[in-house]
Design a protein around this ligand. Sequence first.
Ligand SMILES: [Zn+2]
Length: 139
Amino acid sequence: MTDSCFYCEKDSRLTYLMIPIADFSTSTFYLNKDQTHKGRSIVAFNDHKRELFELTQVEREAFIEDVANAANALQGAFDPAKVNYAIYGDLVSHLHFHIVPKYENGEEWGEAFVNAPQEKKLLSDNEYDQCIQAIQNQI
Ligand SMILES: [Zn+2]
């Protein structure tokens, strides 16, 4: 299935949805272009694996460390009240975490975030750059 996976191909299907922030040891950290939740990001494992249990223990520990470092950077950049984490992958089965900062009185506070909102909050290129710079400053 890797021939149809945009996380592997890193093609326009990927760049339509997200912008790279940083390369981690086992994964790539991306800013999700949907910024309904400020700082919404993705950490995608570098190899095409479907499930956490397919990783070796060493890989899994390193991957979770990457996820924690990503969330820590988002906390430092935007001071959310809570960071939410989700692995879905029904349609895109390449292992990736959605990392979604949540803000009190903000969208979906106290509930699960909507993965594919009907109306995405998109930013200008300059606003994306500022957002990514703020995160990179925390890594
Ligand atoms: Zn893949």
